[in-house]
Design a protein around this ligand. Structure first.
Ligand code: GAL
Length: 643
């Protein structure tokens, strides 16, 4: 169940056999290679050099390792960029990015697509049947370094074609976008401009459509790679390594072409970059926030239709956050077990050996820079390797009782029309996830419109655009459903619904929103009733005939119960959120625990896993038969038990 990311092209060939042997000794079974090696695979056009990759694959395979081959499209080589400079992505001001980093390509360039096809096909034909090859990774982290968007000639052409297909006539486009406002009307699709570099904000409907267009470009680009690989590499699976909290394309849709999803798990890096407050960043700096990796495990397990890998697991400090601490002792081991607890089939560390050169020289590996000597993370991974031998095969992951709806269009719609500076979808969803995990519950993240059978509680932190199929899925569900602010607040064209928010959810929520207020930091509105706490950031003015469970200071409804649906008309602070979740889980009839801030529980089949993310000891429940660890779980330690 362990793997590693290996860059044989970084090390002398004489080291490869020893590296392979040492990997096996540690209990590593899978090795991902090749995803940045284009300049070595094709040093000049059509001058392919596959010999070295064949030799290393033979060595790795000979040592009993199974190989995952990455298509090398995330780093097109210099000669190709010089030949076709139009491949480069362009910023909003029309400046093309230069060579010297990576991901310097544009998904909307036809030349780039044909170059990608060419290299992927050559590789798939040549290596597709290699006996040690078990699977493929397409590209590397779509969207990394903010590379979903590009604002050049190819983007404009592609966008206009996409709009033609969507709206057929310019009149229908004008109507859909509300272009009569500020005389934005166009007479033909050729008059449409990219929604950037306008004096004030561009039309949000145009921005949302541009986002959809760009997301679909990634979906089709990935599918193209998958088709080529499948044609030439039968019997091998395909995955892609998504990155946590990359939200600029629809990963549910990219995932549709894959056999399963993978993601790259950098909990310390994400604690530093994702958490909003200095206080939280400091509290969790060296252990990472308890929910930050699990949230992404649960999301990508959903995207992989129940199957996922961690393709890159943080082995020590990273290099890319503003500050990069060393994880506390035990955390590399803990994070590995945590991923497995959430259903990961394989946890693969990034990277085998720290590079003493180039951009990532401060990024830890399982081995010290340029040496044959394990790092702290490498030693902890070795411990997991041994423990896995004792624990044996883990039981299958089962469906959770709680689902959270995670929608990419929601992210984009809230971004193009924020109305309050700090109303962000990912943070809101993450905040809803936390108290549920504090209650000891397992969570699945699901796509909007997915069937909701088997869930007792469904959380919809915010879902501005609600297609009819999604309404149908909510109506068909027997779960208690909690809708959060701004749900049903926009039509697919990013306009206000004729019946006002909650639009298509009105029958379910019983709520009609007549005004909204965003609240700057420091402002709040107290909520009292069966739930209590404060509205912060956002508060709605709602009319309802349904039951009111909580009211704002002026007596307006804050939490509304309509049959088995609840509608929360604000961004809740921690207290209000916790009491709302407690109310909802009780309504849903779920048994809960009260976990301290630093402890989490996760079940995989009959096994219960417990993690202490840095804090006082935590005692396992009476009657727990330990599979691993001790009955008192100390700081940075784990335990597994069956009851
Ligand atoms: C990932 C990326 C890797 C490496 C790593 C460093 O986002 O896929 O290639 O850069 O970050 O943490």
């Amino acid at each position: 169940m362990l793997g590693v990311c290996y860059y044989p092209e970084h090390w002398p060939e004489a080291w490869w056999p020893d590296d392979a042997r040492r990997m096996r000794e540690m209990g590593i079974v899978f090795v991902r290679i090749g995803e940045f090696a284009w300049s070595r695979l094709e040093p000049s056009r059509d001058a392919f050099d596959f010999g070295w990759l064949e030799r290393v694959m033979d060595i790795l395979g000979g040592a009993g390792l199974k190989i995952v081959l990455g298509t090398p499209t995330a780093a097109p080589p210099k000669w190709l960029m010089d030949e076709y400079p139009e491949i480069r992505p362009v910023d909003e001001q029309g400046r093309a990015y230069g060579f010297g980093g990576r991901r310097h390509y544009n998904f909307s360039s036809d030349v780039w697509r044909s170059e990608s096809r060419r290299i992927v096909e050559r590789l798939a034909r040549h290596f597709g049947q290699h006996p040690a090859l078990v699977g493929w990774q397409t590209d590397n982290e779509y969207g990394c370094h903010g590379t979903v968007f590009s604002w050049g000639a190819d983007d404009l052409k592609g966008f206009r074609d996409w709009l033609r297909r969507r709206y057929q006539t310019a009149d229908q486009l004008n109507e859909a976008w509300g272009n009569v406002f500020w005389s934005m009307e166009v007479r033909s699709f050729d008059e449409v401009a990219l929604p950037a570099m306008t004096v004030t904000e561009p039309n949000p409907a145009a921005r949302l459509d541009f986002w959809r267009f760009k997301s679909e470009e990634i979906v089709s680009y990935n599918s193209m790679q998958c088709e080529i690989v499948r044609a030439h590499s039968p019997g091998r699976w395909i995955t892609h390594n998504f990155m946590g909290f990359f939200n600029s394309f629809d990963a549910w849709k990219v995932g549709g072409a894959l056999d399963f999803a993978s993601h790259d798990s950098y909990p310390l890096g994400l604690t530093e970059t994702f958490l909003p407050t200095e206080e939280e960043k400091c509290r969790w700096a060296e252990t990472s926030h308890p929910d930050i990796a699990p949230f992404n495990h649960d999301l990508y397990r959903g995207i992989g239709r129940g199957r996922f890998w961690v393709m890159e697991q943080q082995p020590g400090p990273v290099n890319w956050a503003p500050w990069n601490p060393v994880p506390k002792p035990g955390m590399v081991r803990l994070r590995t077990w945590e991923a497995l607890a959430h259903g990961a089939e394989v946890v693969s560390y990034f990277r085998w050996r720290q590079a003493p050169f180039a951009q990532e020289q401060f990024h830890a590996g399982l081995n010290l820079p340029g040496l044959h000597e394990l790092s702290v993370g490498g030693r902890e991974a070795t411990v997991v390797g041994r423990e896995l031998e004792t624990v044996g095969v883990l039981p299958e992951t089962e469906q959770a009782r709680v689902a959270i709806v995670y929608d990419y269009e929601a992210i984009w719609a809230l971004r193009v029309l924020p109305q309050g500076k700090d109303f962000g979808f990912s943070e809101l969803v993450f905040r809803w996830y936390e108290p549920v995990r504090r209650l000891g519950l397992d969570v699945d993240l699901v796509a909007p419109g997915a069937p909701l059978d088997g869930y007792a509680l469904v959380l919809v932190p915010s879902l501005p655009i609600v297609p009819q199929a999604t309404v149908g899925a909510f109506e068909a569900s027997e779960a208690v459903i909690v809708f959060g602010p701004r749900s049903g607040s926009k039509t697919p064209n990013c306009t206000t619904p004729a019946n006002l928010p909650t639009g298509p959810l009105a029958d379910l929520t019983g709520a009609r929103v007549t005004q909204v207020a965003s609240l700057r930091p420091g402002l709040k509105d107290a909520v009292r009733g069966e739930v209590s706490g404060n509205a912060v950031r956002w508060r709605e003015y709602v009319e309802t005939d349904a039951k009111v469970l909580g009211r704002f200071e002026n007596d307006d409804p804050a939490l509304i119960a309509n049959g088995r649906s609840l509608y929360l008309a604000c961004w809740p602070d921690e207290k209000l959120l916790a009491s709302t979740m407690r109310y909802a889980v009780q309504e849903a009839g779920l048994e809960v625990l009260d976990l301290p801030e630093h402890v989490r529980i996760r079940r995989r089949g009959g096994y219960t896993f417990c993690f202490n993310y840095g804090g006082p000891d935590w005692a396992c429940p009476a009657g727990a038969k330990l599979v691993l660890g001790e009955s008192v779980v100390k700081s940075q330690q784990i335990a597994i038990w069956v009851i």
